[in-house]
Ligand binder design. Structure first.
Ligand SMILES: O=C(O)C1=C[C@@H](OP(=O)(O)O)[C@@H](O)[C@H](O)C1
Ligand SMILES: C=C(OP(=O)(O)O)C(=O)O
Length: 440
């Protein structure tokens, strides 16, 4: 099992570019596959999770070429052109692939089976299966978990579905099935705003999607029209550098993260860090097709503890592990509540982060739906030592950032899964000034 050794360094500065957005990359493959014509994708994230989606779409009969670095050409087969795979589709570590594919495959005339790695096989799938069954799909899970078995040939009807949890994956699964609903629109009502990449991309493919006041409605199209897609840098990958630049011991340093997707349904961390007193400046606004993009400049600041407003939780859902590192360096207590979803990600991100923080001398208390962290505004907040990421990419990268305020090296166990979202994290982190080395 590979691990990182992360050495304490004097600080970070300069400019970094993060790889393409994982959520957008998955969706580009799925929608490109069922479009009519050839979809060209640039800025594509060549990470293990997105390659799992690519392998699955290829197994369903779609020709997908990798035409250059981060460039993908998807030869769409049309809405009715997918073919039955001759094996179970292994989606590795990727919850997004499994939830969204469950929706997409519910509308097909053939059977499918979805499996994944040991982490994915433990994650809840009924949240997607339930509304899809209401639409007429035939889906079986095992105690609510994978394998997900979909019996093809069902006639789907559009539904009006109120999401019990704020989940973009479930919303997207329902919308993808809604593409196949017979003559009836599908409406999803969200309890809180979640990422809207599916809606934006459906519009790019020529679908009629109406979104207003927490409701998204899709009118089933007769076809999706292939298009050209530009994937922005992943805000969730940029988050590690936003926190690194904020807790940076190098005074007056500026760390700039370039080409970051700043879709407002993703940028909760900007608001949370601003409430904590961070100095983040979003500059050079532009767009990558349907998605807004900018550069983010980060300067060191003395952060202060806050109670994170609950409405920001879904807008920062993947950023909490690294936010906990920021909170450890803040003056005073930070409280996170309303974040029970963190317990059903690649790991239980509340428990696993709390264990690692405690192992490095941080005082924190686990809550059923969050955490309380006692920040210490000292130069060396973390003792260093060994922490276990439990195979969770975001935990491994978060503890790497902690090295900026650590008294001794940090050994981070079980880091291979960093490649699911950020294939060259050690290299990019190194270019900013961190010292992360990989060991077997
Ligand atoms: O739709 C997506 O691409 C994602 C939605 C979120 O999951 P949930 O919908 O389960 O909150 C997020 O945690 C995941 O990394 C990607
Ligand atoms: C939760 C995540 O991804 P997924 O649900 O796709 O495994 C993540 O990337 O943090």
């Amino acid at each position: 099992m590979s691990h990182y050794i992360v050495e304490p360094v004097s600080g970070v500065s300069g400019a970094v570019r993060v790889p393409g957005d994982k959520s957008v990359s998955h969706r580009s493959l799925m929608l490109g596959s069922i479009a009519d014509g050839v979809t060209e994708v640039s800025g594509f994230l060549e990470s293990e999770d997105c390659l799992s989606t690519m392998k699955a779409m290829r197994a369903l009969g779609v020709k997908i070429e990798q035409t250059g670095p981060q460039a993908v050409r998807v030869h769409g087969v049309g809405m009715r052109g997918l073919k039955q795979a001759n094996h179970a589709l292994d989606l590795g570590n990727s919850g997004t692939s499994m939830r969204l594919m469950t929706g997409l495959l519910s509308g097909q005339p053939f059977n499918s089976e979805l499996i994944g790695d040991s982490s994915l096989m433990k994650r809840p799938m009924e949240r997607a299966a339930k509304p899809l069954r209401e639409m007429g799909a035939q889906i079986a899970t095992l105690d609510g978990k994978p394998p997900v078995k979909i019996t093809g040939g069902a006639t789907l009807k559009g539904i009006r579905y109120e999401l019990p949890v704020a989940s973009a994956q479930v919303k997207s699964a329902v919308l993808l099935a809604g593409l196949y609903a017979k003559n009836t629109p599908t409406t999803v009502i969200e309890p809180a705003v979640t990422r809207d990449h599916t809606e934006r991309m459906l519009l790019s493919f020529g679908c009629q999607v109406d979104a207003a006041r927490g409701e998204v409605s899709l009118t089933p199209p007769t076809q999706l029209k292939a298009c050209t897609l530009e994937v922005p840098g992943d805000f969730s990958s940029a988050a590690f550098f936003m926190v690194a630049g904020s807790i940076n011991p190098k005074k007056d340093a500026v760390l700039t993260i370039t080409g970051v997707g700043i879709n407002p349904t993703r940028t909760g961390l900007l608001d949370i860090l601003a409430l904590m007193g961070a100095d983040l400046r979003v500059v050079n606004h532009r767009s990558a097709g349907a998605e807004p993009v900018a550069d983010i400049e980060v300067r060191p600041a003395q952060l202060k503890g806050i109670h994170v407003p609950e409405h920001l939780v879904p807008l920062a859902i993947d950023e909490f592990p690294v936010l906990f590192v920021a909170a450890s360096c803040a003056q005073g207590e930070t409280i996170v509540t309303g974040a029970e979803e963190l317990r059903v990600k690649e790991s239980d991100r509340i428990a696993v982060m709390a264990d690692g923080l405690k192992a490095m001398g941080v005082t924190c208390e686990v809550l059923p739906d969050g955490i309380r962290i006692q920040g210490r505004p000292e130069t060396k907040v973390f003792s260093g030592g060994t922490v276990d990421s439990h195979g969770d990419h975001r935990i491994a990268m978060s503890f790497s950032v902690a090295s900026l305020r650590a008294a001794a090296p940090i050994k981070i166990l079980d880091v291979a899964n960093v490649a699911t979202s950020f294939p060259d994290f050690p290299g990019t982190a190194g270019s900013a000034g961190l010292n992360v080395t990989v060991h077997d």
